[in-house]
Design a protein around this ligand. Structure first.
Ligand code: C2O
Ligand code: CU
Length: 530
């Protein structure tokens, strides 16, 4: 264990943070991040000379919104203002705490000035984007209240739905929870040629869960340490920031772009009438061909895009997107049931779509969407010796190879070479039985693992004996065919991914995207060297 590990007392203090409070600065938890630089440092990698085509100010600040009837809800959000470029590049979700939707093209150079109007340090991570380390939102770049941070990067990712959210040390979960997150949608020529549903037929949908008190105030970590060990589970499902979400659609085809923006909840998404889902894209953009699933398993941080044709539906009919029940997780009962009236695996209504009159003519969905060059395990530099990443519960926290996050540290086994293709093996093999009497609880936890700075491919999944029943409840919904930046690693499971470090050198992060796990230390640096 490192000396940076949280002591049990620190941890309990962290978890005892007041429920529903919006200001945490007072509780002495703000780490040294507030001494971080307030301007972007010099680039370590030569910057592409593309002209700036979009410059935006994003102010992270407080607001109140009428989410329910009655009292307004205090939220945190990103307020955009376009300085340069077309206003269509920034789409606001009216009435929502969610940040704007960037719509950019591959190759564009984007500048964003983050202004911190919050009472706490913050920084933005551009989840899934391939950008230099200074642009990536590492917590060491967090800026103090009142300070600015200038982002300037070229979009080199292929078309896809990426997203952005805060990433300050130990405050990510809380800041996302109170509303800070937005979408970053990239298009390119290859995608444009497909004639996929566009304009009003392209619907980004962010799924989240929150808990509100009787005064419509958001309540965070009401169950203290338990919530934090498992991950926060809210009792209200919101889509694009709205509870009981429903939308009017036309009898036409839609591109539904789904992000699980929840802190810890996993969804098992399906149409209520059993219609299979047609999946066209995942985290890193289009699949090479559409695939169908009876349901889709979507863990925090993951995206999936669904092509949905309502043209044969009668006017006035309703299609409901639901989360099907699944079982076997710690929060399902007993001591770990906590206070959430909606445990992990509960059956949920997500969104209802009311089908209206005829819309645009439906272009048939192309049988071929893209060409994904498959990495070959034989081309890896460590085929016989995968980089193993052991996920475990130790004491009250989840660790990565027995370590917790350290702001600057990179261990010997966390250094990779630019250009190398590697096998990374996430092994989630230690459930209960850890220290501190955890053996008496069932602490088998799923961990959605995210790697910054890359897009990877899933090579294989393997489940250990004794874990099959929980596994089988969700495994049919994995979509591993395309590019990923976040992959769910189930209890008892080993997931191997093929990852090439091909964009930039520098220090990046890999971590669990259960945001409570991440904030409690289930995160590490790794360094890409030339
Ligand atoms: Cu979306 Cu480091 O996370
Ligand atoms: Cu985790």
């Amino acid at each position: 264990m490192t000396n940076n590990i949280l002591t049990r007392r620190d941890f309990i203090k962290l978890m005892g943070m007041g429920a529903g409070t919006l200001t945490l600065s007072a509780c002495g938890l703000i780490p040294s991040a507030s001494s971080a630089p307030t301007t972007a440092p010099v680039f370590s990698t030569p910057f592409p000379p593309a002209p700036v085509s979009l410059a935006v100010d994003l102010t992270a600040g407080r607001a109140t919104l009428p989410i329910f009837s009655g009292a307004e809800t205090p939220v945190w959000r990103y307020q955009p203002s376009v300085r340069e470029g077309s206003a269509e590049s920034i789409q606001e979700l009216s009435g929502s705490y969610l940040g704007p939707i960037f719509r950019v093209r591959k190759g564009q150079r984007v500048q964003v000035r983050l202004k911190n109007d919050l009472p706490d340090p913050t920084i933005i991570h551009w989840h899934g984007l391939l950008i230099p380390e200074e642009m990536d939102g590492h917590p060491r770049y967090a800026i103090a209240p009142g300070a600015n941070y200038d982002y300037d990067f070229q979009v080199i990712n292929r078309a896809g739905m990426y997203w952005f959210h805060p990433h300050p040390h130990q405050l990510t979960a809380l800041q996302v929870y109170y509303g800070l997150a937005g979408l970053f949608i990239v298009s390119d020529d290859e995608e444009a040629a497909l004639g996929l549903p566009a304009g009003e037929y392209d619907l980004p949908l962010v799924i989240q869960d929150r808990t509100f008190d009787s005064q419509n105030q958001m309540v965070y970590l009401a169950n203290g340490m338990m919530d934090s060990m498992i991950g926060f589970l809210g009792d209200t499902i919101l889509v694009n920031g709205a509870p009981n979400a429903s939308m009017d659609v036309k009898a036409s085809a839609y591109r539904l772009r789904l992000l699980n923006g929840s802190n810890s909840r996993i969804y098992k998404l399906a149409w209520q009438d059993g219609t299979p889902l047609t999946v066209i894209a995942t985290d890193g953009g289009l699949l090479d061909a559409p695939v169908t699933r009876d349901y889709i398993t979507l863990a925090p941080g993951e995206r999936v895009e669904v092509w949905a044709d309502f043209s044969g539906r009668t006017t006035g009919s309703e299609m409901r997107l639901v989360s099907l029940p699944f079982s076997g997780f710690s929060s399902g009962g007993g001591m770990m049931g906590g206070g959430s009236s909606l445990p992990l695996g509960a059956s949920l209504n997500i969104l209802s779509l009311k089908v209206g009159g005829k819309g645009a003519d439906v272009n048939p969905l192309p049988a071929r969407l893209s060409i994904i060059e498959r990495h070959n395990v034989k081309d890896t530099v460590n085929q016989n010796n995968p980089r193993s990443i052991a996920l475990a519960m130790q004491g009250m926290v989840h660790t990565i190879n027995n370590r917790l996050f350290e702001m600057e540290a990179v261990a010997q086994d966390e250094i990779v070479r630019l250009g190398d293709l590697e096998v990374w093996e996430f092994a989630n093999l230690e459930g209960g039985g850890g220290g501190m009497g955890m053996g008496m609880m069932n602490m088998e936890m799923p961990h959605p693992m995210h790697i910054h700075g890359v897009q990877f491919q899933v090579l294989s999944r393997q489940i250990t004996r004794g874990n099959e029943s929980t596994y089988q409840g969700l495994t049919g919904g994995f979509v591993d065919d395309g590019w990923k930046d976040t992959v769910l690693v189930m209890p008892g499971e080993t997931v191997r991914v093929l990852v090439r470090f091909e964009s930039y050198t520098g220090m990046y992060l890999y971590h669990c995207h259960n945001l409570e796990h991440e904030d409690a230390g289930m995160m590490r640096n790794y360094r890409i060297e030339s």
